[in-house]
Design a binder for this molecule. Sequence first.
Ligand SMILES: C[S@@+](CC[C@H](N)C(=O)[O-])C[C@H]1O[C@@H](n2cnc3c(N)ncnc32)[C@H](O)[C@@H]1O
Length: 307
Amino acid sequence: MATNEKNPTTDLWSQWLLHGRDAGDPHLKQTLRTVVGRYIDRLLDGARLSPGETLADIGSGEGVVAFRAIERVGPTLRVCLTDVSEPMLRHAEARASALGVRGQCAFLCCPADRLAGLADTSVDVVATRSVLAYVADKTAALREFHRVLRLNGRISLAEPVMQDDALAARAMKAVIDSKPAAEVSPLMVLLHRWKAAQYPDTEEKIRLSPIANYSERDLIRFAQNAGFTDIHLELHIDLVPSVVHGWETFLNSAPHPLAPPLKDIMAERFTAEERELFERSMRPVVEDPRSVSMDRMVYLTARKPLP
Ligand SMILES: C[S@@+](CC[C@H](N)C(=O)[O-])C[C@H]1O[C@@H](n2cnc3c(N)ncnc32)[C@H](O)[C@@H]1O
């Protein structure tokens, strides 16, 4: 397995994937496993893998895409797991050994937009879930996917669309900035402070943010610019019962790996009175079993054309 010089045992990505996203709540961990499992099955349906093929799982994290693909296709599938996080590659490699599929796997430490170690036209399918959102140059990444794919090879992507969250933060800022301070509801100020700590809230910040500066339509353009054809995109928007109902879990959770949890935002940016107002207003909403959350996921498939 490729290693890097620093050889760290933990980093931002491993902290998030192994501890942060479930906020230390075992019930939420189990729920997220089920939810992510559904995304991955949808992603792999789009990949249309066959026995004997080679799959590159880009930004593989724990390896859930690669291992599910092996489970679906069987022992003749070969998978190459790539990630920028050495700790996550180590974790995935240990998991591959535990699952008895280490022999089908290769592990490469590299960014999605520079797949060093993957030769031209060497894979049949590139699949990636929730990775492009964190890549600054998405067209460069798609060009790399195109380069490593054989002719007629396929990509299948699943990405969250977080732009609407940033636009909501920007809208709150616009309302607050447009009124005298005395006319703005104190709760609105706190809601904006919370959201602005997790998402960009100005035009300029949104433009510079890899997580917020693209919509589903941009993904089509990136794929087209990289040379793909037969591009098909589905935007799934689901308004579903919220998976977080405990106040402690809510405080400890964050919507994406680059966002601080609400607990830290309140500790660092709220006064004691503001914390009290925020909890009094928000706790009943969070604990209401009827509370809902919005899930926006894009699935894109495309093909590398024959000459
Ligand atoms: C939200 S996780 C998704 C992990 C996995 N694909 C899954 O479906 O569970 C994002 C992953 O992308 C990796 N990552 C972040 N930036 C990357 C980049 N520029 N190139 C490749 N991988 C990256 C992280 O290390 C992490 O494993």
